[in-house]
Design a protein around this ligand. Structure first.
Ligand code: T3D
Length: 262
């Protein structure tokens, strides 16, 4: 019997959608899913036809974190497992040269919560929720949650969310800055696609450099950010996108940033 794809992928209008596809387990992650997702990200990064990547979940969940049925007997330590599977995945998302949208269609728990937070843009369905569930099973938050969450909500709220493993629902997530937009459940797929297509029409080189600058600035000093901005602005200013943007402004027309060559 053939196994269903643990990540279901398709491309439309420059948007590569990667759907975690273990709906009967709320897309809990096993090693096959983690490796498949990382391979898909690598392929999307190399594919010039892809301008935006969307990560979402099949069925009613986004991702329920580590598949707890898959832990015993897998061999290796927890830290070895994280370093071999989850951590390269989170690094791949943050390091991808294209914007990554995490489209959170349902519950995001544990490593699934970290994954939900790792996107450059986070779009939620109205019924989505996030749970820093790790302490329920005596673990510490991983896959970047300790880095993402306090930067978004501050130390104290992050600690409370992690210690009590409370469920954050979409309206609170929007208020707290855990997502950029909330869409109705019944139009979520179309709304995400439309948003992603809008992003896909933006200047890809400028967005790649912007992502690089922001990621560096998150850990650096103001002086370092100023130096980095100057270096990256040099690259952006020499790119055809800059000339097209300025010309379009002068000609009072919309700029066209989608061309075969980036
Ligand atoms: O291993 C390492 O390398 C360390 C890394 C750790 C990273 C982590 O992610 S640790 C955290 C692991 N995740 C969890 O502890 C979450 C466990 N799940 C839940 O707490 C709940 O399922 C949810 C709050 C996410 C959703 O609740 P609900 O009521 O909407 O759904 P449900 O009925 O609990 O789940 C539906 C099915 O999915 C159910 O299966 P069944 O009974 O219908 O056959 C349930 O067992 C299954 N499921 C949900 N989460 C997981 C899971 N199966 C395996 N692993 C899961 N994480």
């Amino acid at each position: 019997m053939t196994q269903p794809n643990v990540v279901a992928a398709h491309t439309r209008a420059g948007v590569r959608t990667l759907a975690l596809n273990r709906p009967e387990r709320l897309n809990a992650a096993n090693d096959a899913l983690l490796l498949a997702l990382k391979a898909e990200l690598r392929a999307a990064d190399a594919d010039h036809a892809v301008r935006v990547v969307v990560i979402t979940g099949a069925g009613r969940g986004f991702c329920a974190g580590q598949d707890l049925g898959d832990v015993s007997g897998r061999g290796g330590t927890f830290s070895e497992h994280l370093n071999a599977t989850y951590n390269p995945l989170i690094r791949a998302i943050r390091g991808l040269s294209k914007p990554v949208i995490t489209a959170v269609n349902g519950v995001a728990a544990g490593a699934g919560a970290s994954l939900a937070l790792s996107g450059d843009i986070r779009l939620w369905a109205q019924s989505a929720s996030l749970i820093e569930v790790f302490s329920n099973i005596g673990l510490v938050p991983d896959c970047g949650s300790t880095w993402f969450l306090p930067r978004l909500v501050g130390y104290h709220r992050a600690f409370e969310m992690m210690a009590l493993a409370g469920r954050v629902r979409a309206d609170d997530a929007l208020r707290l800055g855990l997502c950029e937009q909330v869409f109705p459940d019944d139009t979520f797929g179309q709304d995400v696609q439309a948003y992603a297509e809008r992003l896909a029409e933006r200047p890809a080189n400028a967005l790649k450099l912007t992502k690089q600058a922001l990621n560096a600035a998150m850990t650096g000093t103001l002086d370092e950010a100023l130096d980095q901005e100057a270096a990256l602005q040099q690259l952006a200013g020499e790119h055809w996108e800059h000339e097209e943007g300025v010309t379009a402004f002068k000609e009072k027309r919309p700029a066209h940033f989608v061309r075969d060559a980036l």
